[in-house]
Design a protein around this ligand. Structure first.
Ligand SMILES: *Cc1c(COP(=O)(O)O)cnc(C)c1O
Length: 393
């Protein structure tokens, strides 16, 4: 393909982004936090009252607010989303003998949480219509390589148990949970949702992260709401919730002065300062979601007539939070991806490619994997464009 065409797809993308968000001065980041409510008051209160650490009242308040917002029976807040995933997998029973099915197309935390337990990530493919795990392809693959022995799914190629399935709702778009749940049931896999990117996203009217046995949220600085750093474990199972709470408080037994810990726990509890920020941020979810949706609609309209590239929209039966807006380049112009990234960043619209497939990172290279052709194609064609809630005022 000629250089002229090379320039033209980049130019078309820059023009479409500009027309969607209107004239702006300065650099537009991919996703910056929006603080315009009680953030300062609540955080100041922590400092004024000297309750800054994990014993403060905002910690439980934030948990109650999250449970109410998501419809989960319980929420346990943690220092970050990776910690929430780590603990979720541990209480799902994952041990160093096991494999865990994770999408190759995800942020590294999904696989790291598995590796922290000494377990082996087993990489699975995505489907283009959800950007997440493909249930049909996974089902057919497991029919091929796995069998259930005494209630445990075993990988017949490695002889290791496959304990859990961790679908991830990429960029806020819910995966096909019904059909994934069927696969999980057939193969006795515990479903743990990586809902780090999907606070506010619904699957058939139910909040993502509450359909699996456990779900993990993240409140990192670039997520839909932020606590600086933070995460949460969601579950409808009281026993699992109690276990999670115990583990994130270094497995310390309640006592006025004794130090007794009955397991190797983690210092993973969210501090009060961060939870205060979280309470203030969560109050703004309806407004953030509305403005992010309005931005997505403008992008959708702006990209409708643009050749070579499509704007990714939510699937039927789902409601996306449009955390990070997604462009997919057509196959024919996939080789222009870097040119598009360069042109948009030069025009002061921050854009980024998707993650490198986790199966290709040095520490995960030897791990088991199924055919990853769709994930590989998405890896070459996917670009994130500016998505902050405050782009639309
Ligand atoms: C953000 C994120 C996490 C958790 O990240 P933290 O930075 O540890 O809060 C986990 N999985 C995915 C897919 C994420 O995007």
């Amino acid at each position: 393909m000629s250089t002229t065409q090379n320039e033209s797809v980049s130019t078309r993308v820059v023009d479409a982004i500009r027309s969607a968000i209107g004239p702006r001065d300065g650099f537009i980041p991919l996703h910056k936090p929006t603080f315009e409510n009680h953030e300062w008051d609540y955080v100041k209160e922590c400092i004024d009252t000297e309750w800054v650490s994990t014993a403060g009242s905002y910690v439980e308040q934030f948990e109650e607010d999250l449970a109410e917002y998501t419809g989960a029976e319980r929420a346990i807040v943690t220092v970050n989303g990776t910690a929430a995933l780590h603990v979720s997998l541990r209480i799902a029973g994952v041990t160093s003998a096991d494999e865990v099915l994770v999408p190759a197309l995800s942020f590294v935390a999904t696989a790291n949480a598995v590796a922290y337990l000494g377990a082996t990530p087993h990489f699975i493919d995505s489907e283009e219509k959800t950007l997440g795990a493909d249930p049909e392809k996974l089902g057919a693959y497991l029919d091929d390589i796995a069998e259930v022995r005494d209630g445990t799914c075993v990988n017949t190629q490695t002889e290791r148990p496959i304990k859990a399935l961790v679908p991830m709702h990429a960029y806020g778009h819910p995966v096909a949970l019904d059909r994934l749940q069927e696969v999980a049931q057939k193969y006795h896999l515990t479903l743990v949702e990586d809902a780090a990117e999907s606070l506010g996203s619904l699957y058939k009217g139910t909040h993502t992260g509450t359909i699996g046995r456990l779900g993990a949220l993240s409140f990192n600085g670039n997520k839909t709401i932020t606590t600086g750093g933070g995460g949460a474990i969601l579950t409808n199972d009281d026993d699992l919730a109690d276990e999670a709470l115990h583990l994130v408080r270094v497995a310390k037994e309640d006592h006025e002065w004794e130090y007794f810990h009955d397991k190797t726990g983690y210092n993973y509890r969210m501090p009060n300062l961060n939870a205060a920020l979280g309470c203030a941020q969560l109050e703004q979810m309806p407004s953030f979601l509305e403005r992010k949706r309005a931005l997505a609609e403008r992008y959708r309209d702006a990209f409708e007539e643009i050749n070579g590239v499509s704007f990714f929209t939510e699937r039927e039966d789902t409601r996306s939070n449009y955390w990070l807006n997604v462009l997919l380049l057509d196959n024919e112009v996939a080789d222009r991806r870097d040119a598009v990234l360069e042109a948009t960043n030069e025009a002061e619209f921050m854009t980024r490619p998707t993650w490198q497939l986790l199966s290709t990172l040095p520490m995960y290279e030897g791990c088991p994997q199924m055919d990853l052709s769709v994930a590989r194609s998405l890896e070459r064609r996917l670009i994130n464009i500016p998505s902050s809630a405050d782009i639309i005022t």
